[in-house]
Design a protein around this ligand. Structure first.
Ligand code: PLP
Length: 287
């Protein structure tokens, strides 16, 4: 396996960053999790748009154009002979001194890792999962927008710890007003009476690329789908609940905080959208 690191490809064992990298010292950096299906990088343009928007927001200068970055992602896949892969693109502030000042960092570190990996064991997302809601809150009012996919994932990690302690694979975060925001690394949709709703960005949800793809697919198929604010109560009484994310794809949730959702199995709307999503990922993408 080779990893792209600052203009060269290095062996996995040699892919190392300095302890003075502000990505390590302060979580100062941004990232994207991307996926390729049969050699097609799914929605690479949208991932790169989010990456460059995140960079602009936190004043991080990416030393490549989006076109160059596109080529680098594809090249990383090819060099590793991968067709179905998970790709992690990281841009950290780079090596500086121990102070907080990002302007002490001479240049960002740009890293691309590609491996065959599924974050949720396949057996889980082919069936269904149980989740809980947790005390950790998703901020909607930080100066740092939840739209920035920064290396500061402590909040999400706290969610994951709460989920792990409860013995479930994923958990739901509310915002400070008690509205449902998202999971630790995925977006949520609820379905009731054939109407689909997902929380808007201003509630604190990341505008996920899988989420956007599902919204497009659902609208094309004629479903009534919209962004909307909802509480845990709405989740409990939904006919269907599912999560979306690059790693999770589309995954049915059949129990939330002990309440059985609908009939306790992957529902017809989730089934339908999952099937369309599987078709889409095969035909859509950058080669
Ligand atoms: N929400 C958070 C906090 C995430 O980290 C992710 C994963 O990238 C998502 C949602 C899902 O977004 P996407 O579909 O772009 O992977």
């Amino acid at each position: 396996q080779v990893i792209y690191m600052n203009d060269e490809f290095v062996k996995k064992e040699d892919a190392k960053v300095s302890v003075y990298d502000h990505g390590f010292l302060y979580g100062d950096g941004i990232f994207e999790g991307i996926r390729s299906y049969n050699g097609n990088v799914f929605r690479l343009e949208e991932h790169l748009e989010r990456l460059y928007d995140s960079a602009k927001s936190v004043m991080l200068q990416i030393p490549h154009t989006p076109e160059e970055m596109t080529n680098l992602v594809v090249e990383t896949l090819k060099k590793n002979n991968l067709k179905d892969a998970y790709i992690r693109l990281i841009v950290s502030r780079g090596v500086g001194n121990l102070g907080l000042d990002p302007f002490s960092c001479a240049k960002p570190n740009v890293i691309i890792i590609a491996e065959s990996l599924s974050l949720f064991p396949k057996a889980l997302y082919e069936s269904r999962i149980e989740i809980i809601s947790v005390a950790t809150r998703r901020s909607r009012s930080d100066v740092l927008s939840p739209k920035v996919k920064s290396l500061n994932y402590m909040n999400n990690i706290l969610v994951k710890i709460e989920a792990n302690l409860a013995g479930v694979p994923e958990a739901l975060m509310m915002n400070d007003q008690g509205y449902v925001a998202e999971g630790s690394a995925d977006n949520i949709f609820i379905v009731r009476k054939n109407k689909l709703v997902t929380p808007p960005g201003y509630v604190g949800a990341l505008e996920g690329i899988t989420r956007n793809a599902i919204m497009e697919v659902a609208a094309e198929k004629g479903y009534d789908i919209q962004e909307g604010v909802f509480t845990r109560h709405d989740v409990y009484i939904a006919d269907e609940v599912f999560l979306t994310g690059t790693a999770a794809e589309v995954i049915a949730v059949v129990k939330v905080d002990g309440r059985v959702i609908g009939e306790g199995k992957q529902g017809p709307v989730t089934n339908d959208l999952l099937a369309s999503f599987r078709e889409l990922v095969q035909e859509d993408g950058v080669k």
